[in-house]
Structure formats: structure tokens, C-alpha cells
Write a protein of this length. Structure first.
Length: 158
């Protein structure tokens, strides 16, 4: 299904890194590698695509639900791998996930998207912090709207 052999550029170190990716994402066995991609299940294809994305030397990585189709060991390994890359300033990560455990292990900031705006929250890995800060923002916005509504009424506009 995939060939994860290194190039002369990175030598044995690259080979080791690629083998580590393949092993930890459960796509490294000879039996797995010998299968054509067309015979792989959706989950197997997702793991191959994730391994291929992680094998690239990207500055920014966009991952959409990366923990789908991964077991707990692979999720732990992936979180550790991404944090290590981030700590070495080798990677910026934009992540879409419903996996709170993974989010808390890999993200320092959360972006909230709504129909009219994007809100950025520094969370230091805490989803609870995000929930608290979002509630504070909504409360403040509602108070601002109430003040504006009162001002309009006082000025005879409402």
C-alpha cells in the first residue's frame, strides 16, 4: 500500500522516522504494505494518509478528525509526536476534532468559528478554560447589546 523508505537526503535517520510512523499508525507490516490501496478499508486509507502527511516536512499541518480509526495507543503516540514537533518549533497545527482528550494534549489555543466571526482563546491545553472564556465572551457581548439597546430607547429610536 505504501513505500516508506527514506532518501539519501536523510539517510538512516529518515528511514527510522518513517518506520516509526508506519509502526505506530499500524500501516507498517509487510502484509499491509503489500496490499493495493484499492483493497484498503476507509479507516486503513485514513491511517495511510495520516502517515503520509506526517512524513512530510511541513511547517503547518491541517488535520481533520485525526483520531478517527486509531486505537488508544496510536492516539497517545500521535499526540506525543505532534507535541514534540510543536515544542521544537517544527510544526504549527490546525486541528478539527471532537476528541477532547486529544485536543487537550495537542492544543494551546482554540479557535471558535461561528457564522460571523472567528474567536481565539488561549487555553494552555484546557477545554474547560475554553468553555469558561467563551461564556465570558458571550456574557460580555450580551451586556454590550443590552447597553446599546437601552441607549437607543433613551434616544427615542426604539
Amino acid at each position: 500500500a505504501m513505500n516508506l523508505m527514506g532518501t539519501a537526503e536523510g539517510g538512516w535517520e529518515l528511514d527510522e522516522q518513517l518506520e516509526d510512523l508506519a509502526r505506530n499508525l499500524d500501516v507498517g507490516s509487510p502484509a499491509f504494505r503489500s496490499r493495493p490501496v484499492s483493497s484498503l478499508s476507509g479507516g486503513e486509507r485514513k491511517r495511510v494518509a495520516l502517515a503520509a502527511a506526517l512524513a512530510q516536512r511541513a511547517d503547518v499541518l491541517l488535520l481533520d478528525e485525526p483520531t478517527n480509526h486509531l486505537d488508544w495507543e496510536a492516539i497517545d503516540w500521535l499526540a506525543d509526536h505532534l507535541r514534540k514537533k510543536q515544542a521544537q518549533d517544527q510544526l504549527s497545527l490546525l486541528l478539527v476534532t471532537h476528541d477532547r482528550y486529544f485536543l487537550e494534549r495537542t492544543c494551546d489555543e482554540i479557535l471558535e468559528l461561528d457564522s460571523t466571526a472567528v474567536y481565539r482563546y488561549k487555553t494552555n491545553g484546557s477545554y474547560e478554560t475554553f468553555l469558561q472564556r467563551r461564556e465570558e465572551r458571550v456574557t460580555n457581548e450580551n451586556a454590550d447589546l443590552d447597553r446599546q439597546g437601552g441607549k437607543i430607547k433613551r434616544e427615542g429610536g426604539g
